[in-house]
Design a binder for this molecule. Structure first.
Ligand code: NAD
Length: 483
């Protein structure tokens, strides 16, 4: 079909506000043909020894390295930032090589063999069979990295993968697809499709397992569609992550950690800190210091290579954040620095915005913000701080900055969330290949994307059992007389 006759989707540039890119979602027939071809190739991919998949994935990492400049350019146009875009191919290469180093060991350790502890004459061996085809649906805040974070371990497990990134940030797909095409063995089992929610739903209809990263409302639709098909789904959703700063915390450390944890990437990180609870005795000193540091942060406008924080990637997000600020101000909150979003050259920017005198039931303390806003609230006792931290529908991550590591640990272990940073904020990425974590409440569903489970969740697990003695004779299994 002629591309002009097909429904194309416009893509907005986050720095200019102009539409400067278009994508063409696949038709239902194209989606079916693509997934059929991936499934056919997956049989050989899964049957090959793990060393083969590791070698192919390493070749892919090498190709990404060669195409770094083009990828950075596209990711930068997608996100309106340069530093983060430049670090993206590095992070993806690091992810591929890191999992390639560990995959054989993780899979090997999960292959169990032994005798039954209930019936010692029964021997067993486990067999791991990868789900044939993984469907990934990913968001716009870290477009390329979040599109590969689940596909990488799945491919090493032996699954094929089809990825649908956000329609808000699809430009990186072209240069990344070039790297996939350079590795023919990989190109048979990995591809991208572009499009919006409808394409996401189409994808779910054609795959065997789904990894979704995005918002709670969309996550619910994805989970429902997967439930209808009885296929497993892993949801990595939003958050409203708290930090508790105790009376004896070092103020320099606390303000540095809170500022970075709230405004890095313009606050557009799922595990950004979005609620700050500070012991009342140090509240004022903490806020004064935080405001001074926040005022040293510069927008990277007009020069993308200068300053610290970029525009909102998704223009409409600025309106959502402004509305939360309006609601807080109307109810008595005070803006200590920063303020509502501003349009600069067509992009929507916001300075780091410190808000005090907030109430726990304000939107700014309950709804996901996804912007560089730092609401600070006083507490009296540690019990109260933990209660406030846990007063949320989310449970992605959290943090504690205290007078000692022990005090931080004691409070951190009471926060209901998957990744808890102590004496700092937003450390979750550090444990990617080491420790598992799951989400609490509405922040997600399913096994951990981190640690060994990251690979093992892509297997269906079988047990093969051998009886080393004669089978039990049915004629001897008689009914019993009444007791
Ligand atoms: P979103 O939910 O709007 O969209 C995510 C993806 O879902 C996109 O690719 C979109 O096209 C697709 N989609 C939309 N409707 C769909 C449908 N009906 N069926 C199937 N797919 C559909 O999220 P977003 O605005 O792109 O991303 C921001 C959200 O992502 C925030 O809530 C953030 O916290 C969350 N997030 C979570 C993590 C995590 O690891 N927990 C990481 C990054 C972002």
């Amino acid at each position: 079909m002629n591309a002009i006759l097909r429904n194309t989707m416009p893509v907005r540039n986050p720095r200019t506000g102009e539409v400067d890119y278009h994508i063409t979602p696949p038709t239902a027939d194209e989606m079916l043909a693509t997934t059929k071809s991936l499934r056919a190739a997956q049989v050989e991919w899964a049957a090959a020894p793990i060393a083969h998949r590791v070698a192919v994935m390493r070749k892919w990492a090498d190709e990404i390295e060669k195409n770094k400049v083009a990828i950075t350019k596209a990711e930068s146009a997608d996100t309106g930032r340069y530093r983060g875009a430049k670090e993206t191919p590095e992070a993806v290469i690091w992810g591929i090589r890191g999992w390639a180093d560990r995959a054989a060991d993780i899979i090997g350790k999960a292959m169990l063999e032994g005798t039954s502890s209930i019936m010692p004459h029964i021997k067993f061996r486990s067999q791991l069979k990868p789900y044939p085809l993984l469907g990934v649906i990913s968001p716009w805040n870290f477009p390329m990295m979040l599109s590969t974070i689940d596909a990488t371990p799945a491919l090493l497990a032996g699954s094929a993968a089809i990825i649908k990134p956000s329609e808000v940030t699809p430009r990186f797909v072209e240069p990344l697809m070039e790297t996939i095409q350079k590795v023919p063995e990989l190109a048979k089992v990995l591809t991208y499709v572009v499009g919006g929610g409808e394409t996401g739903q189409q994808l779910i209809e054609n795959v065997d397992i789904v990894c979704f990263t995005g918002s709670v409302p969309t996550g619910r639709k994805v989970a429902e569609a997967c439930a209808r098909r009885f296929i497993p789904v892993f949801l990595e959703l939003g958050g409203k992550d708290p930090v508790i700063v105790t009376e004896n915390a070092d103020l320099e450390r606390a303000t540095d950690a809170v500022l970075r944890g709230t405004v890095y990437a313009t606050g557009q990180i799922c595990f950004s800190i979005e609620r700050v609870y500070v012991q009342e005795k140090i509240h004022d000193a903490f806020v004064d210091k935080l405001v001074k540091k926040a005022e040293q942060i510069e927008l990277n406008y007009p020069d993308i290579h200068k300053g610290h924080i970029g525009p909102f990637i998704f223009g409409k997000q600025a309106g959502i954040v402004d509305e939360q600020l309006d609601d807080a101000i109307k109810r008595g909150a005070k803006i200590r620095t920063g303020g509502k979003s501003q349009n600069l050259g067509g992009g929507q920017y916001m300075r780091p915005t410190v808000v005090t005198d907030v109430l726990q039931d304000m939107k700014i303390m309950q709804d996901e913000t996804f912007g560089p806003v730092i609401p600070v609230m006083k507490y009296k006792t540690k019990d109260e701080a933990v209660k406030l931290a846990n007063d949320t529908i989310f449970g992605l991550s959290g943090a504690v900055i205290a007078g000692s590591d022990e005090e931080a640990y004691e409070l951190g272990s009471q926060i209901d969330a998957g990744g808890i940073s102590l004496q700092d904020t937003t450390l979750t990425g550090a444990i990617l290949r080491d420790a598992e974590k799951t989400s609490f409440n509405l922040s997600g569903m399913g096994g951990s994307r981190m640690g060994p489970a990251s690979i093992l969740r892509f297997f269906r697990k079988k047990a093969l059992m051998t009886n080393t003695l004669a089978p039990q004779d049915m004629r001897e299994i008689r009914e019993l007389p009444a007791a």
